[in-house]
Design a binder for this molecule. Structure first.
Ligand code: PFF
Length: 446
């Protein structure tokens, strides 16, 4: 995947490798697990419309802004902001934006690994044939058995974290990227198959209307904040993860052509997964507001009802695990790159250190499904609070920092060399990044 340049800095071998790795980072639990349940909690179509607007007006410009910083600095988030600030005679305090990103990534990684652990457990269940001919209530029971047993959750959470850090510390990201080339297309195919199954046994018409026929009067401040946060989460935006991957792209390449396919592929996975899950939710009377368990309670019903469902289930959870794995690696990479490039610790020790911190923090999320379920603030569990604070507030705040830095501190000439050759497109981007996106984030957050 990456080859070291004369200066020792690594680069993706070509543009396709960069697109694949970035798609791997963007497509993950956010699309398949989080999108449907957040949509269900926020009134369906109304949320989906605001989410798409956020992706187009704020998401795409800011992905380019964050990536342009990494691309022109060719450094980790902390050093990229520091070096570029110095070069443009701006305050060194900009590096705090990089630091905020690294903290956000650690927090997200902590609960991401808990949910990633769920997919390991479900893969294991699908392999052992638990869902064969199971009724909707048996499927619900499998979920209950997982979340009421903290030790079991801890086991899968630990295994997932070990898998992430194992890949990073062994430096076998190469092999993983090669596998992504096969796994990603396979994920799309299996999602199409699942949508077809759901259409056959579920209430597809109602699901389609639910997702794409918005009830405008439902739109309120809370939905808009959740939609903005989710746009950031799904695009891996606002914490320096994209910055880091863009710093591995060759200095003479431009970013726009790589970013557009990634965004399209990302939104497509979310829609497909909504169209696979909601027909089952309606046909089998699952509450749309089930929360984090929605996908895990809905899809196995399809596996139970169709011919060859066991293998479809195994394949699905395998691909889900893979998508989660490539995203969790992307969550950890910027922190590890920073620690090791600044020579605080080797790559290997940084990986185990960060893995341990995020693992320990994840225990709070994990316990909020059982022992700490009663600890709530305005009906939100510890997991809800950790997940929504980092996603709905910290990511947009980081994104705001990157937008202002790229738009107002960096010189247009430097940015244009990173983003695209066309002046019309570039200046449209520049004004979206300077004015529209920051104002939108500020308005929504305030
Ligand atoms: N985009 C990933 C997903 O949708 O699952 C999650 C993610 C990765 C969020 C990297 C943030 C990040 F920096």
């Amino acid at each position: 995947m990456t080859t070291p340049s004369p200066s020792g800095h690594k680069h993706w071998s070509n543009r396709l490798a960069f697109i694949i790795a970035t798609t791997g980072a963007a497509v993950g639990l956010g699309n398949i697990w989080r999108f449907p349940y957040i949509t269900g909690q926020n009134g369906g179509g109304a949320f989906v419309v605001v989410y798409v607007i956020c992706v187009l007006l704020v998401g795409i410009p800011l992905v380019l802004a964050e990536m342009a910083i990494g691309h022109s600095a060719q450094k980790n988030p902390l050093d990229a902001l520091r070096t570029l600030a110095k070069k443009h005679n701006a305050s060194e305090h900009w590096r705090w934006v990089g630091l905020l990103g690294l903290i956000t990534l650690t927090v997200i990684l902590s609960f991401y690994s808990v949910i990633g652990g769920f997919s390991l457990y479900y893969l294991f269940k699908a392999l052992s044939g638990t869902f064969n001919h199971a009724s909707a209530s048996t499927v619900a029971l499998v979920w209950q058995q997982l979340v009421t047993h903290p030790w079991q959750m801890l086991f899968w959470h630990s295994l997932f974290m070990l898998m992430t850090m194992g890949v990073i510390s062994a430096g076998v990201i190469n092999g993983l990227e090669r596998a992504t080339k096969i796994m990603m297309p396979a994920l799309y195919i299996i999602l199409f198959v699942l949508v077809a199954c759901a259409a056959k046994i579920g209430d597809f018409h109602r699901a389609f209307l639910y997702l794409f026929h918005p009830n405008w009067h439902l739109i309120n401040a809370h939905i808009v904040i959740s939609a903005l946060g989710h746009a950031f989460f799904t695009l891996a935006l606002g914490a320096g993860a994209l910055l880091t991957y863009a710093s591995y792209s060759k200095p003479n390449s431009t970013l726009l052509g790589s970013v557009i396919p990634v965004v399209i592929l990302d939104v497509l996975v979310a829609f497909l997964s909504g169209l696979a899950i909601f027909p089952l939710v309606f046909a089998f009377h699952l509450p749309v507001t089930s929360g984090p368990g929605l996908m895990y309670q809905a899809l196995p019903i399809a596996f139970a009802h169709i011919h060859g469902g066991q293998w479809l289930g195994v394949l699905f959870f395998l691909l889900l695990l893979f998508a989660a794995w490539t995203s969790s690696i992307n969550l950890a990479e910027p922190i590890i790159a920073t620690l090791s490039q600044r020579a605080y610790a080797s790559r290997r020790s940084s990986a185990w250190l960060i893995g341990f911190v995020a693992w320990a923090l994840g225990i709070a999320s994990l316990l909020s499904f059982n022992i700490l379920a009663h600890v709530q603030w305005h009906h939100h569990t510890v997991f809800d609070l950790i997940s929504s604070t980092s996603t709905d507030y910290l990511l947009p705040l980081g994104g705001l920092g990157f937008a202002v830095f790229a738009g107002w501190v960096m010189s247009p000439a430097t940015l244009k060399a990173s983003i695209c050759k066309s002046s019309v497109v570039f200046y449209s981007w520049l004004w979206l990044t300077r004015i529209v996106a920051p104002l939108a984030i500020l308005l929504i957050l305030l």
